[in-house]
Design a protein around this ligand. Structure first.
Ligand code: ADP
Ligand code: MG
Length: 710
């Protein structure tokens, strides 16, 4: 870039014709736009097709924005207080149309002139059989002449304050065009030629121009594709480079061989045949730990996909190489379940090897004497696999030779806790994180760029999909009848109440009221009920849980404390009260507690009367699919990536043009390109890649949001 051009893009917007100090100040405070360059990157959020003008009488579909040419006739002010709105009547030779404004009323009043024709763009809505436009874009014919020949009119986001100072979307468009006419070269290319050719990406300067002044639909799409790719490419590049830096500094233990623990277990004691997906993931782990680099791997699998056995097989590989393993679970209940489940599979092998003490359990409630024994057996290497809770992080827990850390249900653990486990070995142990919170793969790549990802995308054979129903309160009597039938058939039932973190008291009251009405409908001694909630002492809670697991109680009334991992195959009905108050991924987690045995299982979503469109969509999605990844996609669509549980990081992604829920293909392509690039030229020294290093320098010098990610 020549220095004068560089200078031009750094110029302040205040110098642009028609801006001046007051508008410039508004642009800075409202939209953080300061320089030409900022304005250049303030992309339109949609476009209006100007190639057609619709007559008022022909308005039908409300799904797309249309263009109307109407003469402004008069205003009508309506409503009061919050419902206050301004209505304007426009007409063409076929009829009249109402335009409605809730905001910016003063400015509209001052600027629209009766008897003057205007072009209006907006999405028509229908109310009581009449069409109207709310907050349409309005352009005078004179203004329209300036944009003549432009088929697609860009619409920019603005704010009410900006509109009051005259900076409507249209004015923003004019400013941008003025800027574009002043600057011929819109910045250096930053994607290497080979990648642009391979993916047929428009060049940068052209894309930046086209995105503001598209010549036609095709070049607009090409421009947007290019700019999205660029954004995602640099996002991935920074994540991947960060990861390389981490692992390069950390020499890791190498699990060179696969020996008797693994092989004999696999041949003789594996209780079922692995699914293809499980085999693939085990292989990925095996390759990873054999390389001499540090492994940080996230295993994603829907509830019930069989992550435990994968973890166990990974543990056996570590044991074959004389390393110890610890498996950490988020709750006492889960730690117990893992211990008993794994003991059942592993004990025969350990007996055969005369190593009855190789497997142990350590939790907060382990007795002092046993604790001391465990510490000793860990240090002399007798214990090979230690299962436990947060207790494993305590400083007194010291291993002889820790080689692998497995963390189950990752979203309950923070980075700090991961780090604390690392400190327990001379070389950082390999880390395997198992999570049942499905995140669309591409999003996971973005958010966990520092972890490698394996996906178990297949359920063990023979699972029946859970029959999910969505009911209102009027169905309660029928529900109780159904539950009794199920109990008569020998099944067990969960009834879950929402946990309201801000108000434990309220949460508890919900559960208490529920308990009362349920124990009235299901009286002892015929029916036995367990109750589990967060306010109980953990011994008491475990006791209640244990009664349910053993089949001594028929109904388990609980708050979401039972959400993760619990496995009671005989429980075949999950009732979720006030289901509309749960997020999708949480509903799916809860539902995953049933459907673990051979019986047909049910999930009943009990909802209140008042439901938002969004909660209806959540219920509908639950009814329609059992697939955790599909559910995660819908969740992503509804809430955006910033709200997905455990993905708070995404809040700082601050993407300008890409949409992670829609641009997943591009995201994968960007990631592929980055991985190939880094494999071929890790230090980015090849001359073809100078465009990248100089752009990275620019990003760093601007201390942009993007560089904060890593
Ligand atoms: P999750 O992925 O939710 O942790 P688990 O590891 O608890 O799932 O497995 C769920 C159930 O499926 C367990 O009872 C387990 O024994 C069983 N299972 C796992 N893999 C297979 C398989 N390949 N074939 C049959 N059953 C399996
Ligand atoms: Mg599990």
């Amino acid at each position: 870039m020549s220095s004068s051009q560089k200078h031009i893009l750094d110029k302040e917007i205040a110098f642009l014709k028609g801006v001046g100090p007051s508008r410039a100040a508004h642009l800075r405070t409202e939209l953080h736009l300061k320089t030409y360059e900022d304005l250049l990157h303030h992309f339109p959020f949609r476009y209006v097709d100007k190639s057609q003008i619709v007559k008022i009488k022909q308005i039908e579909s409300a799904s797309v924005a249309i263009q109307i040419m109407g003469v402004f006739k008069r205003f009508q002010e309506m409503g009061e207080g919050k419902a206050k709105r301004l209505v304007g009547i426009f007409g063409d030779d076929t009829g009249d149309l109402e335009i409605i404004w809730f905001k910016g009323i003063k400015w509209i009043r001052e600027n629209l002139k009766a008897g003057v024709p205007y072009l209006l763009y907006g999405k028509p809505a229908i109310f009581k059989g009449r069409y109207s436009l709310t907050h349409p874009e309005i352009e005078s014919l004179e203004e329209a002449r300036l944009t003549q020949g432009i088929e697609l009119k860009p619409i920019y986001s603005t704010t009410e304050k900006l509109i009051r100072s005259g900076l409507t979307s249209h004015a923003m468009s004019r400013l941008t065009m003025a800027m574009l006419s002043e600057v011929s070269h819109l910045g250096e290319e930053n994607i290497p030629l080979n990648i642009r050719q391979e993916l047929q990406l428009m060049d940068r300067s052209e894309a930046l121009r086209q995105v503001h002044i598209p010549s036609n639909m095709r070049s607009l799409e090409a421009a947007r594709k290019r700019l999205k790719f660029e954004e995602l490419f640099y996002l991935q590049l920074q994540l991947v480079r960060q990861k390389r830096l981490n692992t390069k500094d950390q020499p890791a233990v190498r699990f060179q061989k696969v020996g008797d623990y693994f092989n004999i277990f696999y041949k003789e004691y594996l209780p079922f045949e692995l699914t293809q997906a499980q085999k693939r993931v085990v292989k990925e782990i095996r390759t990873d730990v054999g390389r001499g680099y540090h492994m940080s791997r996230l295993v994603q699998g829907d509830v019930g996909s069989g992550k435990t056995i994968v973890a166990l097989l990974a543990a056996l590989i570590a044991m074959d190489n004389d390393f110890q393993v610890c498996l950490m679970a988020p709750t006492e209940i889960l730690a117990h379940q893992h211990y008993h489940g794994i003991a059942a599979m592993l004990d025969p092998l350990l007996q055969r090897f005369h190593e009855p003490n190789a497997l142990a359990l350590l939790t907060g409630s382990t007795s002092k004497a046993r604790k001391n024994e465990i510490i000793q057996l860990l240090q002399n290497g007798t214990i090979k696999l230690l299962i436990g809770t947060h207790a494993l992080i305590e400083p007194y827990v010291q291993f002889k030779n820790l080689g692998l850390v497995i963390i189950d249900e990752q979203h309950r653990f923070g980075v700090m806790q991961r780090a604390a486990l690392w400190k327990k070995a001379a070389l950082p142990p390999h880390v395997l994180v198992m999570t049942a919170t499905p995140i669309p793969r591409t999003l996971a790549m973005t958010l966990y760029g520092d972890l490698d990802i394996s996906v178990i995308d297949e359920l063990p054979p023979g699972r029946k999909p859970i029959d999910t129903r969505w009911k209102g309160d009027q169905s309660r009597a029928a529900l109780f009848g159904f539950l009794k039938q199920q109990i008569d058939l020998g099944r067990q039932i969960y009834i879950v109440y929402p946990l309201i973190e801000e108000s434990e008291a309220l949460d508890y009251k919900d559960l208490e009221d529920g308990y009362e009405s349920i124990s009235r409908a299901f009286p002892p001694p015929t029916y036995q009920i367990s109750v589990v909630h967060g306010r109980m002492k953990s011994e008491h809670r475990d006791l209640e849980m244990a009664r349910f697991i053993k089949g001594e109680t028929h109904i388990m009334i609980a708050t979401t404390v039972i959400e993760v991992g619990v496995n009671v195959p005989n429980a075949s009905v999950m009732v979720i009260e006030s289901a509309e108050r749960f997020g999708l991924s949480q509903l799916h987690q809860l539902r995953g507690r049933v459907g673990r045995g051979a019986e047909q299982s049910y999930c009943i979503l009990m909802c209140g009367h008042k439901m938002s469109e969004e909660s209806k969509k959540r219920m509908q999605t639950m009814v329609e699919t059992n697939d955790g990844f599909k559910i995660a996609e819908v969740d992503l669509e509804i809430r955006g990536p910033g709200d997905l549980s455990g993905t708070q990081q995404s809040g700082i992604l601050n993407l300008k043009i890409s949409d992670l829920s829609k641009d997943q293909l591009l995201l994968s392509q960007a990631r592929e390109s980055v991985l190939t690039l880094i494999d071929e030229d890790p230090e980015l020294i090849h001359s073809d890649n100078h465009v990248i290093t100089s752009y990275l320098r620019k990003l760093a010098s601007k201390k942009s949001d993007l560089s904060r990610i890593s």
